[in-house]
Design a protein around this ligand. Sequence first.
Ligand code: UDX
Length: 436
Amino acid sequence: MKIVVFGAGPIGLITSLSLTIWGHDVLCVDLNEQLIERLAKAESDLFEADLKTQLQKYLMLKKLQFGLSTDFDAEFSNIYFVAVGTPTKSDGTSDLTALQSCIKSIVQIPTAHKKTVVIKSTVPVQTNQNLSDMYKKYNVCFISNPEFLREGQALNDALNPDRIVLGHQDEPAIQLLLQIYQPLINNKENKTKVFVTDPATAEISKYASNVFLAAKISLINEISKITAKFDGDIQHVSKIVGADTRIGPEFLNSGLGYGGSCFQKDISAFVNVAAAHDIQLPMISAIETVNQQQLNRFSNLILKNIPENKICIWGISFKPETNDLREASALKIINALLKKNFTLHIHDPELSPEFLQKYAGYLNQKQIMIFKDKYQALNNCSGLAICTEWPEYVNVDLQKIKTHLSHSFIFDGRNTLDNKTATEQGLHYFSLGTHL
Ligand code: UDX
């Protein structure tokens, strides 16, 4: 089948690639000329496993093409996947400007055929219904088909999803979508469940999934206050709780809390939609409060205990295996420490160039220094703060850390190291599970 994908950002790109891998011909379009030109040469700043080789392969086979959303062949297809950004506005609601203008241009594409518009972007509840109402005079139908991709492993997630959710009000269109996903549905190895439902249920399911995941993290983080008070071991608590099959072991790593482009944005949008309809969501609102508290607890732990204002930070990205800095906990800790005139040594295995731009002033004044070697980064620092649990920080040489630091303070923001072992090796170990 032939499909146009609107949006060449992370979600649009991965969606385009997965549709291509399933045998479809895809034209991925975007307003950003420079982005399109680079993607057409298989160049991307996105740090995703297997992305470049797959892009090269399908570009060469001419199964995947890139183009400008303002100027592409109207006859290419009448199926449009929409994967443009829906960022959070300053009032906490979702900014649907890109989505609205994209839909407007789709409905105006001159073709006699009925158009099927598949909404991949995360949109507030009722958006699909509102679009259907708004464009009911046009020969177009809308399907909600939310994505559940994790950064760093997005292509693998797209190719082996736990579920496909299709929210619709149009039977022929749903048959078309089932045909598009047929290669995936037919593959018995990946056990993908297909849910065909109404648009509101599909939209709510996306938010509900992220709410559950974020809630698990905030719950274990609240429990870390109790282990800190009574000398319990939060890592053991996580393992014991996670061994209950009703709870499961995933998403129980306690520490600095969640960052990234989704959880904060989606929780805020969800709470705001509810509030607009006079519905209060106290539990869901508290998820975000707990997440924020973890950051304050961690910066206070450092400020209260470190003997000098010079610290080394390991791990800047919002999670390992990505260079994305959006809502990264490390940046919030860095900002809190800079306010207190700290000098910072930074190490991250994949430090994003965006970091250098963001902190250019501090880098010029040498209040922030970047190091390629994680041990060299410790030199002359009183302590080390681990903010992202990259694998290379897990099995680390504790004696080497001790030798390089001027004072042996470790602030473990991700429960990456073992408290007992670190203490036995003569380090002053602090974490959110051991200290209030
Ligand atoms: C998330 C969802 O997993 C995905 O389904 C959704 O579509 C988009 O948002 P992503 O933001 O890529 O994906 O990252 P994820 O791996 O879910 O981690 C989110 C944050 O939670 C990270 O900052 C991570 O460090 C933190 N986290 C995760 C914890 O603090 N503890 C955990 O146990 C797990």
